[in-house]
Each structure stands twice: as C-alpha cells, then as structure tokens.
Design a protein around this ligand. Structure first.
Ligand code: PLP
Length: 476
C-alpha cells in the first residue's frame, strides 16, 4: 500500500465525483440512460490489459462509455421506483469502511463493528420513535441487513422456528403466511426460500386505499385452521411499493397476537418518515409487531446497502434458533454477541459507520428537514396536478411520504404509457408506471437528496408537454 499513491488517486476520484454531482440536475446528462441493450461491449476491449493502466485513462473511459449507460439515481429529477440516496457523510464513511476492510461476522472479528452497530440502531430506533421494547435497554435487538428482502426472510425464518418448536418436521409443510396483494414481491420470494408454499396474498380494494383489512386475514386464518394448517406469519407494510398504502397495524397486531402469528412490518421505504412526529399516526400499533425493517439506503441519505431491522424484546432468539451455526474456527468467548446469527450470509460490511456519520453530520434536525423538504415538493406536485384537468390523483391512492400516483383522465393504457415514455426519453425526468386495479398508473416518487420545487416544476412541464402531444393541449 503506497500511501502517497493512494492520496493521489483519492484526490482525483473525489474531484471526479464532486464534478459528477455538480453536473446532475443541469440537464447535461439524461436522467434515465438512453443506451440500448448491448451498447457497451463494442466500445471496450475484449480482454483485460496485460500492462497496468493509469487512473486518468480509466476515468476518461468512465466519462465516455460508462456515464452514458448510467441512470442517474442521485439526480434531483429522479422520480422512479423509490430513491436510493447517498450523501457526503455516507460516502466518506463508506470509504473508511472499505479501507478498514473488515468482515465483521462475529464480535471478535472486529469488536467495534459489532458494538457500534448496536449503538447506532438504538440511536436510530429512538429517532424513529420505535416502541422501547425494540431497543436494547428493554431487550430489543437491532441489526443491519443488506436489504429489506433479507430482513423479511430473516423474520419469516424466525417465525418458522417459533411455530415449529416441539413439532414434527413434516408440520413444516402446513405453515401458512399472510400479506396483502400489494406487499412487495420479496415476501413471496422469502416464502420460496423458506419452503413455505402457502402464502395468502389477500386482495385489497380502492375503498380502503389498498390497505390490508384485518377481516381478510381473519377469514383466511380461519379457513386454514379449519383445514388443519398452521398459520405462523403475517407481513404488514407501511408504504407499499405501488402506492404507499399503510396496513392498519393496531388491528392486524391484535389479530396476530390472537393467532400467534409473527408480525413483521415491512417499511422499507416509508419507515424513515417515522422521524417526523406529524406522521406518527402511520406507525401506531408498532408495539404489537415482532420485527420491523426500514431502509436508510432508500430514504435516509445512507448509500446502499443499509437496511435496519429490529426485533422486539425476546424475538431475536428465534432468529438465532433459525440461523446460528458456530463451527470451531468461529468459536470465541462472546459468541452471543455475533451478528452472523441474525442474517443469512456469514460476511458483513461495517455498515454501521455510514449510519453513524449520517446521524452525526446531519443531526436529527437536519434529517427531519430533509424529509420535510420532500413532503413540501410532494405538495407542490399535487397543486400542479390539481390545476390541470387532464390529470388526476389515482383513485384508491393517497399521496403520502413523497409519492403521488396519478393518471391521465380518460386515457387508455397505451396513451398513458406513451406519455410516460416520452417524459423518460426526454431525459428531463425519470418516473415509472405500475398497474393498480388494472389501470396504468404513473408514480411520482419524490426522494432525491437535492430535489427542490423547481425540479418538480421542470418535471411537470415535461409531463404536460408529453400530454399535449398525446391528448392535445389543456382547455383554457
Ligand atoms: N419492501 C417494500 C415495501 C419495497 O418498496 C421494497 C423495494 O422498493 C422492498 C421491500 C425491497 O427492498 P430491498 O431492495 O431493500 O430488498
């Protein structure tokens, strides 16, 4: 390791990144890559170089060949899927994480990596105003997973371990899980991996804003019990992927308690809005959940990967029951502190560092201001939408957490898709569509770290221009 060489490379890379960040939002790069499939191979050599190359030559290729193939997630005009924010504190912390280069699977593999993780999860849990039973002083356990999908899988495996205790192995085939038809596909994938074939994805309706109704779970559980099956797990969502629907936790929690279902709350995107007291009603009933997960790598300025999961008091033991393995080479005097037993892989990065840097360098106030800016941008977008009679907020949805689902009034699915594609092809903004109740719906997911009302107006102008083409100008 040549420290001087590293300084030189590091400074050049920081300059490159700073210039890239400054170029975002200036219109010089289309937000969605305009590349066609297979664009890259003809531009690059077919084999790795025999002789070493220098950083300037590589950065030149990044500029010429890689950036045109990038979709710019950090652009203030990125409104697709959900955001995946990064920030200077997170970036520099990630650099330190890479430099320390530890694989913190166990306490002894790097004590600070394990201990800082427990501390920052208590910090974040307090900021999110999680019920005290999720925090370590009251027996709760926090762990950073790579993704919300992994958190759901870990929760499901924990539920399975709890439900199967003392039962014959063949009963595993009788296990049933419940979620809504709006739950993320990762719930189904978790069931596939866990060998649970009976996942009841219960229908939701526009009248209830696509929230999972407890009566629907109750009926499904009763039907399964009548068949001699074993209900064991329910996944409720705060902020569904399609429309940010919120499942009613107080009622679902009571039901889960009655039927001994493990209740996992997937708040992958919206969970970080728990920082805002004015949105606390969405999180009521969380004390009834067994586990909860949210992604600071989506909405809290911490670059991928960082999915924070908490177990309520006493629940982490079921995850350990499902996932603990300690061969001789991993044995040490403090194995009970190991995070390897609360996740599927063995290796893990020191992800707590970036969350620690972010919380310290923004402060709770800074983080709240960042979330509120997104809500303000949402309000601006809603106003623009309401002023143009060709558009409407999609029925069965409520704008929240920075997401507005909208439709073109009276348009066919094809017309709606043409408008969306025209906006994305313009490079001004990038949004994605979805299907809700069989109707094409465009999602405006406002989440960039640098988004301002002016970016919302620019995106809106592009949407209106595309609608002018397809539907004709708005009547005045
Ligand atoms: N759950 C919800 C509600 C989501 O919206 C998403 C992704 O957008 C996920 C889970 C999956 O997240 P991850 O990529 O962290 O697995």
């Amino acid at each position: 390791f040549d420290a001087d060489e590293f300084r030189r490379l590091g400074h050049a890379m920081v300059d490159f990144i700073a210039e890239y960040q400054q170029s975002l939002g200036t219109g010089s790069l289309p937000v969605r890559s305009q590349a066609s499939p297979g664009y890259l191979a003809p531009r690059l050599p077919g084999a790795a170089p025999e002789q070493p190359e220098g950083l300037p030559a590589i950065l030149e290729d990044v500029q010429r060949h890689i950036l045109p193939g990038m979709t710019h997630w950090q652009s203030p005009s990125f409104f697709a899927w959900f955001p995946a924010n990064t920030s200077p504190p997170s970036l520099v912390a990630d650099m330190l994480c890479s430099a320390l280069g530890v694989i913190g699977f166990s306490w002894v593999s790097s004590p600070a990596a394990t201990e800082l993780e427990a501390i920052v999860l208590d910090w974040l849990g307090q900021l999110l105003r999680l019920p005290p039973s999720f925090l370590s002083p009251q027996g709760g356990t926090g762990v950073i997973q790579s993704t919300a999908s992994e958190a759901t899988l870990v929760a499901l495996l924990s539920a399975k371990a709890r439900a199967m205790e003392g039962r014959p192995e063949e009963d595993a085939l009788k296990l049933c899980a419940y979620c809504s038809d709006q739950a993320h596909s990762s719930v189904r994938k978790a069931c596939m991996v866990a060998g649970i074939t009976r996942l009841r994805a219960l229908p939701t309706s526009p009248e209830h804003l696509h929230a999972l109704q407890p009566e629907a779970i109750e009926a499904a559980v009763q039907a399964d019990l009548a068949e001699g099956l074993l209900p064991c797990f329910a996944c409720a969502t705060i902020g569904t992927t399609n429309s940010c629907a919120v499942d009613p936790l107080p009622a679902i929690g009571q039901l889960a308690l009655r039927h001994s279902l493990w209740l996992h709350v997937d708040a992958a995107y919206a969970g970080t809005f728990g920082l805002l007291p004015e949105l606390s009603s969405h999180f009521e009933g969380l004390e009834l959940a067994d586990s909860f997960d949210t992604n600071p790598h989506k909405g809290l300025l911490t670059n991928f990967d960082c999915s924070t999961m908490w177990f309520r008091e006493g629940r982490a033991r079921w995850a350990r029951q499902a996932l603990s393995l300690t061969p001789e080479y991993l044995r040490h005097h403090a194995n009970d502190l190991d995070y390897k037993d609360l996740q599927v892989p063995l290796g893990r990065k020191f992800r707590a560092l970036k969350l620690w840097f972010v919380m310290r360098m923004y402060g709770a106030e800074g983080l709240r201001a960042y979330l509120r800016n997104r809500l303000e941008c949402q309000r601006v977008f809603e106003e623009l939408l309401a002023a143009d009679s060709r558009f409407l907020v999609a029925e069965g949805t409520a704008p929240r957490f920075g997401l507005v689902c909208f439709r073109l009034a009276g348009a066919t699915r094809q017309q709606s898709e043409v408008v969306l594609e025209a906006v994305n092809a313009s490079g001004t903004a990038f949004l994605v569509g979805t299907l809700m109740d069989g109707q094409h719906t465009i999602r405006m997911a406002i989440g960039s770290a640098t988004v301002l009302p002016r970016h919302i107006r620019e995106a809106w102008a592009a949407i209106q221009a595309a609608a002018d083409e397809v539907l004709g100008p708005v009547a005045t």
